[in-house]
Write a protein that binds this ligand. Structure first.
Ligand SMILES: Cc1ncc(COP(=O)(O)O)c(C=O)c1O
Ligand SMILES: N[C@@H](CCCC[NH3+])C(=O)O
Length: 428
């Protein structure tokens, strides 16, 4: 069986040509490490399918999955567009000198200040979520003499097979214009009659960590049917992101090409059937671009054995650097970086150092014998790990290191206690 990770000649876990032990020694733990080659490969895999299908497309990295200046620089280098969801992510794109015309802006409650920031910095597309935003944006664009390209985000009424908290396409959702009540059509008529807005098309995102192509096909089909009902030939149909990745042996993700081919085929079939022109297809993958490229390294500390129940193995990080197990009961796999083939001798729950019982990194993991000071790697942490990190318990957020062709570079410095205290003010 092939391992989901790279192994050095000495049989140790290696990332981009450097052993995990060497990275931990140089940069300390906890540490987020990214294999940049894997990031580039996943970006190119998406582009390749579209290129082969010879259609107009945009692959936008849903940057909420991992928003950092260095990541945005890689996206720019690879010709990948960016999807942002906040002023902070716009500021990060500006810091990365990212071409702002290739940025789209999603979000269900964009503030006036954020919309102004988007307009003043020439963001290519605003993905309008509701009527409140539509009115505000049309006025702000008119005041600036801009005709802003927009997509209308639609809730297609599709329940994707994934954790309830990360479903977004169902009718009972805070995101997007509802279709059945006529909200979406009303928004289209208002927007298409507004001189300061140009409606490029429609957008839907059905959820995240989805393995089945049928939800995407259903969304694609529904989007075409909806615009056809409105008598609208869109230039763009954006089917969002959400493609599942491998976290553990239980996950069997399909290659990017299968999702994309299915989406393209469905849009081609349906627009053809209605006699509509083929639109450009945009997608917004986040997790599938960075998830498997990221590994978090920890140092093992204390251990607690509860006889007859379980053993807790504690590491120097936890829910502050990876909230996903606590938030979504997400599963991960961990390996002892220099004992990859050693026989397993224990089954433990890998816990963090935070003051919460739910502070778990791996619910159940078989491991060889461990001792304090050993480095443990949690795999596939590249998406929604660093980007959802917090300073809970005033623990500093770990550094981020990029490794490519045997060279490691720190791209986000480890927070220090002074960083944490920088915004505190004395009261007394
Ligand atoms: C609008 C939108 N686009 C794209 C994504 C990216 O999803 P994923 O990281 O699952 O590909 C999300 C997050 O789920 C989203 O809300
Ligand atoms: N943050 C979530 C996914 C939601 C993405 C945003 N729509 C996760 O870690 O799985």
């Amino acid at each position: 069986m092939t391992t989901p990770y790279e192994v050095s000649e000495e049989g140790e876990l290696s990332i981009g040509g450097i052993t995990a032990n060497a990275l931990a020694a140089e940069f300390q733990t906890p540490l987020y490490v990214y294999d940049v080659t894997k990031i580039r490969q996943s970006m190119r895999a998406f582009q390749q399918v579209f290129d082969e299908e010879q259609i107009d497309y945009v692959v936008s990295f849903a940057s909420k999955a991992f928003a950092t200046t260095a990541m945005y620089e890689i996206a720019a280098q690879e010709g990948i567009h960016l999807d942002v969801v906040s002023g902070g992510e716009i500021a990060t794109a500006l810091n990365a000198n990212y071409p702002m015309a290739h940025v789209s802006f999603n979000g269900n409650n964009k503030s006036e200040a954020e919309l102004i920031m988007a307009l003043d910095n020439g963001l290519g597309t605003i993905i309008v979520d509701n009527l409140y935003e539509l009115n505000m944006l049309s006025e702000l664009a008119a005041e600036r003499g801009i005709v802003q390209n927009i997509l209308l985000r639609i809730t297609p009424g599709i329940e994707a097979h994934t954790h309830e908290f990360i479903q977004t396409g169902q009718t009972d959702s805070k995101f997007g214009f509802d279709v059945d009540s006529g909200q979406a059509e009303e928004a289209y008529h208002i927007a298409s009659g507004t001189a300061s807005l140009h409606v490029l098309g429609v957008h839907a995102h059905i959820g995240s960590q989805i393995f089945d192509v049928t939800g995407f096909e259903a969304a694609a089909e529904k989007l075409v049917a909806i615009v056809h009902d409105w008598g609208f030939d869109p230039e763009v149909i954006n089917t969002g992101g959400g493609f599942g990745i491998r976290y553990t042996d239980e996950d069997h993700p399909k290659p990017a090409s299968e999702f994309v081919t299915a989406i393209i085929a469905k849009i081609r079939e349906k627009t053809g059937a209605y006699g509509m022109p083929m639109p450009a297809i945009w997608i917004e993958p986040g997790r599938s671009i960075v998830g498997e490229a990221g590994t978090t390294l920890y140092t093992i500390g204390s251990r607690k054995d509860v006889p007859g129940i379980r053993s807790y193995l504690a590491v120097d990080g936890g829910m502050g650097d990876n909230i996903r197990p606590a938030m979504y009961q997400a599963n991960y796999e961990a390996v002892l970086v220099d004992q990859l083939d050693a026989p397993t001798e224990q089954v433990v729950r890998v816990a963090g150092k935070y003051c919460e019982s739910g502070d778990v990194l791996v619910w159940q993991q078989a491991l060889p014998k461990t001792k304090p000071g050993d480095v443990l790697a949690v795999l596939s942490t590249g998406a929604y790990g660093y980007s959802m990190a917090s300073n809970y318990n005033r623990n500093p957020i770990p550094a981020v290191v990029f490794v490519e062709d045997g060279e490691a570079k720190e791209v986000v410095a480890r927070q220090t206690y002074s960083d944490i205290l920088r915004l505190d003010r004395h009261y007394i």
